[in-house]
Structures are given as C-alpha cells and as structure tokens.
Design a protein around this ligand. Sequence first.
Ligand SMILES: O=C(O)CCC(=O)C(=O)O
Ligand SMILES: [Fe+2]
Length: 196
Amino acid sequence: MFREGLTEDRAEKEETQYSPSKLSTGNSGDAYRSSRSAGLPPSEPSVARVGSRALSLMASLTEASDDFGIPQLVTYKPGQQYKLHYDWYQESMRYKDGRLCNRVASVFIFLEADCTGGETYFPRIESVASSLLHEGKAIQNGSFEGVMFKPIPGNALFWINLPGNGTGDKRVLHGGLPVHTGTKTGMNIWPLKCEP
Ligand SMILES: O=C(O)CCC(=O)C(=O)O
Ligand SMILES: [Fe+2]
C-alpha cells in the first residue's frame, strides 16, 4: 500500500535536515529517543499521497480522522533507539486551525532498513497473524514478551491509539529497539482526531 511513492519519499529525505528527535513532551536529545527526525510538508504531493493513504486506513473504523498533521521522518544509526512509549498526547495539542487534536492512530512505514536490530517492539501485543511469523516479518515468543516487527522497506505498521471512548489504549505501548549496525529510516504519520 505504501510502496509506490517511496522513491519520492527517499528523495525528500535526501534534502531534509534532520534534528534530534523530540518526545511528545517536547524534550529531545536524551537516550530515551536518540534518533533524529524531520517534519515533512503535508501538502507536498508525495507526502500528501502517503498521508491520504494513511487516512484511508481509518475509513472503516469509527475513529475516523480527517487530517494527518505533519508526517515525520525518523532515522536511527547504531545504538540509537526510541524506548517504550505511547504516541498519543497526554493532553490534546492545539492544531494549526485552533482545534484541540490528538493522535487517534499511528502509521509507521519502514523506508530504509539497511540494518541489524531496529525492530519495532510491542511488549503487550499477545498474538499476530501466523503468516507474518512464517514470512519472518514478525517475531514472537523468544526470550521476550510481545511482538517485534522487523524493519522491511515498504512495510508499514498501523494501530489505533484512541479507541472510541477517547482513552489511550495501553496495549499499544511500543518502541524502536536499538539499531546494531547500519541505518534504519522510517516515516510516522499520525491521523488526528480533533474536537468539533
Ligand atoms: O522506530 C520505530 O520502530 C518506532 C518509532 C516510533 O514509535 C515513533 O517514532 O513514534
Ligand atoms: Fe511511537
């Protein structure tokens, strides 16, 4: 679903200036999230195309969303990681149009995965489609609890953060495990849910 358009996304990345990734609290530069990030212009055609595909994932859900904020590239070098966290804001943030919004869902697309390590880890997810395990896209039941998804370029993870009642779903605690060698680059898109 996200493969087409990756070339443009890569091209976008080459021109992008990264800075140390921030936490949703606004802090940056500590070991909690050691990657570097860059915001992408939402109206740029290739970004808009990927963003609207992310919104289309919401179409059949009650948690419909009509905007996706600022997509974010994130890149990791050896030793860099994003420890366990939730993507939603503790308190809704004021969006550019003045509405209070929160990240109702997350889409994380692996763009570049010339690396070892760097799996996206969900310690509280207890099962995953067996085809993902057989194809080596996901790893479950090692010496850890939960599920790890391997960074494979063009693959994407999608999950709901705020189910119908608006409370964050704690099952989707997740993190980017440390990259051991090479580079991992991904793209975050967060479909927003805003107060009317
Ligand atoms: O790098 C990853 O695997 C996950 C990134 C992530 O969760 C985030 O940027 O919010
Ligand atoms: Fe995240």
